[in-house]
Design a protein around this ligand. Structure first.
Ligand code: SF4
Length: 230
């Protein structure tokens, strides 16, 4: 498996896998260093009894479909809670993980009827953006009844309140929470397009959050110095 990091913190450990089809220019993972590991070694690293839950994230774990499925099966079999991050790019992969994953973290990027916006916030060409949105649609159906938290990294100048509200409508009935995160307020982002400080500001973030909250039971708006549940 190609990994960026293994973090064995107790009780909540994490594994950051390498590789994502979206190749967003502001994503620290796209330029991160990686190392190849045998599955056995990764399992061994997580076998500490003090580790209760394992977050599988990084970029898109489905890029390592076979190894990721084996790892999820083994971790679940050993009584660990598995939290899986995904872009929704591989609904068949997600279907195979059901029953073994405690919570899914779905990274969302654009309303499902707006592939053009997806080409702006990722490196996907239009045809691939359409395919990705169809996959997300199918993934939302596959994950019905599961615990799903959607996460939107709000790139300044790329989103309107109306677009975020349409994204919330797409997610309604499929996710129990949407987290809207300010750009550059975490280590996952690198400066991009002249944006070098955490933004948009808190008041603007709240306007996005309130629009989303009209359609979803819980919306969290977080950024540098604020973390507000609506
Ligand atoms: S920001 Fe998310 S979707 Fe974009 S390249 Fe990074 S992990 Fe992939």
């Amino acid at each position: 498996m190609r990994l960026i990091t293994i973090n064995r913190t107790r009780p909540n450990a994490s594994i950051e896998l390498y590789g994502c089809p979206m190749q967003c220019k502001y994503c620290s993972h796209t330029s991160a260093q990686f190392k190849d590991y045998d599955l056995d070694k990764v399992v061994q690293a997580m076998s500490d009894n003090g580790i209760r839950s394992v977050f599988l994230g990084g970029a898109e774990p489905a890029m390592h479909r076979k190894e990721a499925l084996d790892l999820i099966r083994i971790l679940h079999g050993r009584g660990k809670e598995v939290i899986l991050k995904t872009t929704g790019a591989d609904p068949e992969f997600l279907a195979a993980t059901k029953g073994k994953v405690t919570r899914y973290i779905l990274e969302v990027k654009a309303p499902l009827d707006d592939p053009q916006l997806l080409t702006v916030v990722t490196s996907l060409p239009l045809e691939k953006a359409r395919e990705q949105q169809e996959n997300v649609r199918r993934s939302l159906t596959v994950l019905e009844g599961q615990k799903v938290r959607a996460v939107l990294r709000l790139i300044p100048g790329r989103y309107t309140v109306e677009a975020v509200e349409r994204m919330a409508e797409d997610l309604a009935g499929h996710v129990d929470e949407l987290v809207i995160a300010q750009f550059l307020s975490s280590d996952s982002d690198v400066s991009y397009s002249g944006i070098t400080t955490p933004s948009p500001d808190q008041a603007t973030m709240m306007a996005f959050g309130q629009a989303a909250r009209r359609h979803l039971p819980r919306v969290k708006v977080k950024g540098s110095g604020f973390d507000i549940v609506l």
